[in-house]
Design a binder for this molecule. Sequence first.
Ligand SMILES: [Zn+2]
Length: 290
Amino acid sequence: MLLVGLAGCLTPKAPVLPELPLPPRRVELRVGDRYLFHSDVMLQAEHPVLQEVARLPQRVRHELHLPPSQTLVQVYLFADRGAYERYLHAHFRHLPPRRAIFMARSGPAGEELLVFAFWGDRILEDLRHELTHAELHSVCPNIPMWLDEGLAEFFEVPQEQDGVHYRHLAALRAELATPWSPSLERLEKLAWMRDLTPQDYREAWAWAHFFLRGPDSARRILLEYLQDLHKMCTATSSSAPSRPQDNPSPLPLSARLRQVIPEPEKALSQHLAALERRFTRLDADEPERR
Ligand SMILES: [Zn+2]
């Protein structure tokens, strides 16, 4: 995920980037009520990839009890990786290499939510991941980076896996066998995408899965936390311009969790061990970062 020209929950009105040039030979296609695809690939709305993508907003909202968003997400879909990389290099030279990217930026009509991806073997996984970022950002733009990534990893797997990420689970198996020190407090301190390692992505997914499929008390805490983030942004955007000290951050998730589960690291390890016993179809490929 990448944010351009966005400060906290506020949406600056002045554009910070020039108009985005469009890819050549694009086809415009409306997908569901949330996405506008600009695609180099000839696609029909009935394509299974698009049909599934169209269902994602409702799935995310339902799972996380989030309100609906009206913001249209622009999806730039390229025919192959070469075309995608050439386009991003030409227009966003500073971006780190990623297989797909979500970006929020200020435009003339307000905030723009953009996703860039290319048609390949993992297009569905990439779209589920990046569009989850878009969904979260449209209602909780102040979401901590680790949680944003952890939830994107949760939703990027096929729905029938119910958030279980086989690749992460396989890699975590080795880490569980060694003295492993997961720490939500450490993840909460990470502020830059470039600092996130593949291990951090795995741990972020593990905590997200623990919150959503672990003890009921953890799930309740996560949902309350997301509601607080959303309320904070709603209050900020509906009032006059405010100073950062007027909008203190809500109590971190780690502190809330420790109030009801005094040893969350131990509970997380037990949760993962139970998952590992349930699933044998594990694939240890190292994913690329997004
Ligand atoms: Zn991501």
